[in-house]
Design a protein around this ligand. Structure first.
Ligand code: A3P
Length: 345
């Protein structure tokens, strides 16, 4: 009985084996014939390379991977040459405002396959020593990118530095300028909180916000305090408007970027003439952080560093009200100039 079963099994194995070998032989023969029958596609009948706008997302993701390797310093000179990678001057700059959400905006725009960010704040136009190094020095600070991509840098000090508008104008008079703003009093407190943290790290004491923001002699708002001055957006913008028409600016609502970033990013995509590519998939709310975080793909996501989203100290309500009243007329002017209105008090 056992002998009979073993013979049957051997027979089955033999049949299966023969079938498998037969199939392999058939496939080898078939592929060989196909190779001979189908002539290699002649160059002239091949499809032309796609236009930059038509490059499929997957290709761009591959390119992103390559750019990532480059940033890590793993890509070779040969790869740079082969893929036509270049260091381009920025075609758009986030010029400010400090504590408006400049980092979040840059990182979120970098989700777009046609955008490449300069990771560090370069401080080329606001720092005389850097500026004296010349435009080639600036270009060398830029990340590698594909020619169709646009490079964006952010240095929030640009917005408030006297010399910067003229210097940027000399580099590129048609550059696109992004300004992200928050309700001015909140921004001032955020600014203060950052400085306070720096002092505490060095074990230094620091004044309370109220003492800095209000002049103790006059009991009025202290306009000499930098955190207050920076929040007078219209004053700074007016300097920029001596060089650039208002159409070259786009105002981002930094408060909405915190609570609902996608619509703000879509407005920026449009301003930069980019196809809409950033989607809700790329942004997810992280309850632990209390902020939206970034999802590049199924494996790679990140939140901003802990230095973004600090807890603000509580500020005396009368001081808050005084500041809000102080900023009010400047805000009205800002809305009028920019054509963007906010619900600021
Ligand atoms: P706070 O620290 O006051 O909350 P900047 O990058 O210009 O310094 O701005 C910092 C601010 O960006 C933070 O201010 C934070 O509120 C805001 N922000 C906006 N979107 C954010 C995000 N997704 N993650 C962390 N912070 C974000």
């Amino acid at each position: 009985m056992l002998f009979k079963q073993q013979a049957l099994l051997r027979q089955k194995l033999f049949v299966l084996g023969s079938l498998a070998i037969g199939s392999v032989l058939y496939l080898v023969a078939r592929v060989g014939t196909l190779d001979r029958l189908q002539p290699i596609c002649p160059i002239e009948s091949r499809l032309p390379p796609p236009e930059p706008e038509q490059i499929p997302l997957r290709t761009l993701q591959f390119k992103r991977g390559l750019l990532h390797e480059l940033r890590k310093g793993n890509a070779t000179k040969e790869q740079i040459r082969l893929h036509n990678l270049v260091q381009q001057l920025p075609r758009a700059i986030i010029i400010g405002v400090r504590k408006g959400g400049t980092r979040a905006l840059l990182e979120m725009l970098n989700l777009h396959p046609a955008v490449v960010k300069a990771s560090q704040e370069i401080h080329f136009f606001d720092n005389d020593k850097n500026y004296a190094r010349g435009i080639d020095w600036y270009r060398e600070k830029m990340p590698f990118s594909f020619p169709h991509q646009i490079t964006i840098e952010k240095s929030p000090a640009y917005f408030i530095t006297e010399e910067v508008p003229e210097r940027i104008f000399k580099m590129n008079s048609s550059i696109k300028l992004l300004i992200i703003v928050r309700e001015p009093t909140t921004r001032a407190v955020s600014d203060y909180t950052q400085v306070l943290e720096g002092k505490e790290r060095k074990n230094k004491t620091y004044h309370k916000f109220e003492k800095l923001a209000i002049d103790s002699n006059t009991c009025e708002v202290n306009t000499k305090y930098k955190a207050v001055r920076t929040s007078i957006y219209t004053k700074h913008l007016e300097r920029w408007l001596k060089y650039f028409p208002v159409e070259q600016f786009h105002i981002v609502d930094g408060d909405r970027l915190i609570t609902d970033p996608l619509p703000e990013l879509q407005l920026v995509e449009r301003f930069l003439n980019l196809p809409s590519r950033i989607s809700q998939y790329n942004l997810y709310f992280n309850a632990t952080r209390g902020f939206y975080c970034l999802r590049f793909n199924i494996v790679f996501n990140k939140c901003l560093a802990g230095s973004k989203g600090r807890i603000h100290p509580e500020v005396d309500l009368s001081v808050v009200t005084k500041l809000q009243k102080f900023f009010h007329p400047f805000n009205q002017k800002f809305y009028q100039i920019t054509g963007r209105t906010f619900n600021w008090p």
